[in-house]
Design a protein around this ligand. Structure first.
Ligand SMILES: [Zn+2]
Length: 686
């Protein structure tokens, strides 16, 4: 087929699909028409596709077909006609008959939920590599270390007391286990505000606090989801301060729907459940009627240990500026209750399909395009973080990094991150798909998905802003399955995303990478700090282990970055900041004695673990106690206190004992008792 012919055909497809003609039907009609060059067919098509009640469709279709006919005639007569406009070709191809929907069925129905670290997640990595390969796109699995496994093995709950009933529950991600079952009074925590905890006072102590939530449905959508995240994080902090046994959040979704809302800011601090709404409401009514209730809950978690995961990175090399990179990203992992269709299988298949169509059409971008399928997103954007570490030398040349992570609602524009100049460049790239708009860029920074590390590395970054549709009501829930996907809108979104990436890969315009000070200024001018705290990533930035540093000195201890320098330490020796400050629970760096060697400055972040004999510390543990979540606190002779972060059951109740502590990855420490081979993860507490 000649380029002119191809372009016209694709333009027709685009216009028709925009008016609701299904790609499959359209394909058949066009093939019939084009292959026969036949006026009879032309009239037949017109008759079929132009309902009299819709004159606009009629007009569009008529014009489109006329152009197609002229194109066909022209192609037959003239050889070597003008080269097709690449972006139109690509957009047309995205709207045509592609395997995107079959891919999505395969990823969600056959592979299913894809928790990072699970066998199905590994299957998804293999699947993605195979899909890229079939599409003739070079792709690699880039391995990285996930610092801490978290997977629910069991969660169950029974209400007893004046009235007894069983209630379905799930553990919130990063909840601790209960070490057997945990039975405690169930108290009415109302909305879980500071006033509510004041009212409860001592009653909250060592109780299960039941917290009411607002209904989250499609009417409130994403606003409700963000509100739920924010209030849950605030409640968890109040609950920790009040010394509760655990929190039970009422499900915000009616009809017994359960979901996993991550609690990164209270990671590993206490048991947290979500209870089906109807039974939580029942318990609250009973409590408010004066009944006294006890909750016996069991949470068993497999977790605490580091493990390997992989991003899948597909690449189409640029023709004239191959060192400059435009990146489209979507996370491959999901939670386990549903099959991760809206979050985020749909956008994964969209990225694969864009790469496939670029190769199929033989298009050559000027810049290199990378298609990044991230892992570990749900645990705190680990895959994209590790990508920015691994590709640090290339970050100056990352022209743009976009994330797609809000289901299949219409793309209404992009979040441009508070980056002057970026909205105008995005506007320009979306011009070829203006008919699928309108588009409005939203120039604010957002934390919550894989743009985050690009943002704090100063790389121009985008998140697709999408209509709420049914995203929030199915978010991380058992109901996030293939049937919730808006297939037609996914096709249209794929055309929009294709135009965006093609534009960025070929435009002369580009913004420079921001400096540490620029990023700091952005944080100071916006609510970024609060957002980062909600997602549990503030300390990582503030301590300098994550994001762009002001200079190489930061790694030595930059006071502004919140890391004391070695000379400021009052005690004998400092751990390198990269090791000491990666967790919000670790508050100081001066922890070990004279004879312990200092670790490599990149240690724990980019380099494999050094041999165990390096960097060890002999301590005598003088007392061991349990905290509320039944994990051990170790006090040492020097007055330091270490918290066991491992969920595995290890007992160190005979004190004093001698132990060896050596830094593990990502700010955790292994504590190895003298007389035993058991090791658990610990980290230093205030
Ligand atoms: Zn997501």
């Amino acid at each position: 087929m000649s380029p002119t012919y191809r372009t016209l055909r694709q333009r027709c497809q685009r216009e028709w699909v925009a008016f609701g003609v299904l790609p499959g039907d359209l394909e058949k009609l066009i093939v019939a028409f084009v292959d026969h060059h036949n006026h009879q067919c032309y009239h037949e098509v017109l008759k079929n596709l132009t309902p009299a009640k819709n004159p606009e469709v009629s007009h569009m279709t008529r014009n489109c077909l006329r152009r197609l006919l002229l194109g066909a005639v022209g192609a037959a007569v003239v050889s070597g006609v003008a080269i097709a406009d690449d972006v139109d070709a690509l957009v047309g191809a995205m709207l045509g008959n592609t395997p995107i929907i079959d891919d999505l069925k395969s990823l969600t129905d056959s592979i299913g939920g894809r928790v990072t670290g699970s066998p199905s997640n590994s299957a998804a990595v293999t699947w993605a590599l195979a899909r890229f390969k079939q599409a003739d796109v070079v792709a690699t699995a880039e391995e990285f270390e996930m610092p801490s496994q978290w997977q629910e093995l069991e969660a169950s709950a029974n209400v007893s007391g004046d009235i007894s009933f069983a209630a379905r529950v799930v553990a919130k991600p990063f909840s601790t286990g209960t070490d057997g079952s945990l039975s405690a009074p169930l108290v009415d925590g109302a909305r879980g505000t500071a006033d509510d905890f004041d009212r409860l006072a001592e009653m909250a102590h060592e109780a299960w606090v039941l917290v009411e939530t607002a209904v989250l449905d499609d009417n409130i959508g994403l606003a409700g989801l963000f509100a739920e995240y924010g209030s849950a994080a605030a409640t968890a902090q109040l609950a920790i301060d009040a010394g509760v046994a655990g929190i039970v959040f009422m499900s915000s979704r009616p009809k017994n729907l359960l979901y996993r809302l991550p609690m990164l800011s209270s990671k590993d601090k206490l048991p947290i459940l979500v209870m089906e709404r109807e039974n939580a409401e029942r318990a609250l009514r009973l409590l408010r009627a004066g009944n006294s209730l006890t909750l016996q809950a069991t949470i068993e978690i497999d977790g605490g240990y580091a493990y390997q995961s992989s991003n899948v990175i597909g690449e189409i090399r640029g023709s004239s500026r191959p060192d400059e990179i435009v990146l489209l990203g979507a996370h491959l992992d999901s939670y386990d209750l549903g099959t991760g269709a809206l979050d985020n299988g749909a956008n994964v298949t969209m990225l694969i399909d864009i790469a496939r169509q670029i190769r199929r059409l033989g298009l050559q971008p000027e810049r290199t395009i990378r298609f990044a399928l991230w892992n570990g997103e749900e645990q705190g954007f680990f895959g994209s973080w590790q990508y920015t570490e691994r590709h640090e030398d290339e970050l100056d040349n990352h022209v743009m990094a976009a994330s797609f992570d809000i289901g299949t609602g219409r793309i209404t524009g992009f979040f441009t991150g508070g980056r002057p100049g970026l909205p105008a460049i995005v506007d320009q790239q979306l011009a070829p798909v203006a008919g699928l708009g309108p588009f409005q860029q939203v120039d604010i920074p957002l934390v919550g998905t894989d743009n985050f590390d690009f943002m704090i590395e100063g790389v121009p970054n985008l998140i697709a802003a999408q209509a709420d549709a049914n995203y929030a009501s199915n978010y991380h829930a058992a109901s996030d399955t293939f049937d919730k996907v808006d297939q037609r809108q996914l096709k249209l979104n794929s055309a929009i995303a294709a135009a965006l990436v093609w534009g960025f890969a070929n435009t002369a315009d580009r913004l420079p990478r921001q400096t540490h000070d620029d990023i700091d200024a952005l944080i100071n001018a916006t609510d970024l700090e609060q957002q980062m705290r909600t997602f549990g990533v503030w300390e990582d930035w503030a301590s300098g282990i994550r994001g762009r540093q002001s200079s190489s000195e930061a790694l030595e201890g930059d006071p502004e970055a919140g890391v004391p320098s070695a000379s400021e330490n009052q005690t004998d020796i400092s751990l390198p900041p990269a090791v000491a400050v990666s967790s919000s629970a670790v508050v100081a760096t001066s922890v070990i004695t004279d004879d312990a060697p200092v670790a490599d400055e990149n240690y724990g972040l980019k380099e494999p673990l050094p041999p165990p004999e390096e960097n060890t510390l002999q301590v005598t543990v003088t007392s061991v106690s349990k905290n509320l979540s039944n994990r051990f606190l170790f006090a040492t002779e020097s007055g330091q206190v270490w918290l066991q972060t491992d969920q595995r059951r290890a007992r160190f109740e005979d004190t004093p004992f001698k132990a060896e502590i050596r830094p593990g990855s990502m700010g955790s420490y292994f504590l190895k008792p003298d007389s035993s081979t058991v090791s658990v993860r610990v980290r230093r507490e205030k």
